[in-house]
Design a binder for this molecule. Structure first.
Ligand code: 8YV
Length: 335
């Protein structure tokens, strides 16, 4: 290869962190947030050695078909439902993500949403700002306590565990369901008990969704699952839009079959189901659970580390720290 390989960063990040690439790569970074259409994305990827991309760029076989030198796609997210890993692997292209570095921030935000929904924070603030506050009714704004209640977690990976660990401070019992049961050491560390999905739905006073979106779990929470939940329960989704059937959720909330919800992610985001926008018993946030200074910087640094390492540079040279398809290393050694 002549000249430095090219790295493209699909969204604005942190220039001081990205500067670590400059001794080894020709770096270009988008100055604004954009979602690239497939053909446009394919032409951006074509001349690259590496791409650092946001969740909003969908990359599969067609997008990398004309990118002969592309060696890694580094996702600026822990979730990677925007990447077709099989297609990338088939072309010997590595894919990486950003696990661990965001778990604690996402867990903090999950609790902010959970407590906000339990205590009517969204509706109360809208009411105050609208100038309705004249007196304090003793029985106004009565919410739900957490202590003594059951927190259910669907998806007990790193984020689910970080959410569970915080529950001790709120005096809650924790139950979880996961594709596979976690080892006893993790259950003990989180003081969480494994239950089947049906029990989880029936027993949770607060149900947090923390599972990755996959082909098999679209609408894992739909009308049937919502019907199994307590009418006093609160649903919190910090995982992915599409895991919840938002129309079914809005109907359940409107009809009092569920007390409240708090959602950071939506089907078809940035569009939000209009029925959800019309409800007062749901808190909505624009997919910001990982958005803290420290965490977004750490996510950027991890993506940069993966790119550097794949090309044999930096402290992890040759061993990218968070590859999704490490098998590509064996089939295509570093240059
Ligand atoms: C996004 C996320 O990365 O990591 C994930 O899977 O959903 C978030 O942390 C973040 O919103 C930037 O797009």
């Amino acid at each position: 290869m002549t000249g430095k390989p090219r790295v493209w960063i699909s969204r604005p990040t942190f220039p001081d962190i990205v500067a670590r690439l400059e001794p080894h790569f020709e770096v270009t970074a988008e100055a604004e947030e954009s979602v690239f259409a497939p053909a446009e994305l394919a032409s951006r990827l074509a001349p690259l050695g590496a791409a650092i991309v946001g969740l909003n760029q969908r990359i599969g076989a067609a997008e990398v078909a004309n990118a002969p030198c592309l060696r890694i796609v580094a996702n600026l997210a822990v979730g990677y439902d925007n990447l077709d890993i099989a297609a990338l692997t088939a072309r010997g292209i590595a894919a990486s993500h950003t696990p661990d570095v965001l778990s604690e921030s996402v867990a903090d935000f999950t609790w902010a949403l959970l407590l906000g929904a339990a205590r009517h924070m969204g509706a109360a603030e809208r009411w105050l700002r609208a100038g309705h506050w004249r007196a304090n009714g003793f029985k106004d704004w009565l919410g739900l306590d957490t202590r003594g209640r059951t927190l259910g977690i669907l998806g007990m990976g790193r984020i689910g565990q970080a959410v569970a660990r915080r529950a001790a401070g709120f005096g809650m019992r924790v139950v979880y369901h996961n594709r596979s049961r976690q080892p006893a050491s993790i259950e003990a560390g989180c003081a969480a008990s494994y239950v089947d999905k049906s029990t989880l739905l029936a027993e949770s006073d607060f149900l947090v969704l923390a599972l990755p979106l996959s082909a098999g779990n679209r609408h894992a929470i739909g009308a049937a699952e919502l019907a199994r939940m307590k009418p006093t329960a609160v649903l919190v989704n910090i995982a992915r839009g599409g895991i919840v059937d938002d129309a079914a959720l809005a109907a359940a909330l409107a009809q009092g079959r569920l007390a409240a919800a708090a959602l950071d992610v939506f089907e078809g985001e940035p569009d939000v189901h209009p029925a959800l926008l019309a409800l007062d018993n749901v808190i909505l946030s624009p997919h910001i659970a990982s958005a803290t200074w420290d965490t977004r910087r750490a996510m950027t640094a991890l993506a940069v580390d993966n790119v550097l390492a794949l090309f044999g540079h930096g402290q992890h040279a040759g061993q990218p720290p968070s590859l999704l398809n490490p098998e590509v290393l064996a089939s295509r050694p570093a240059p």
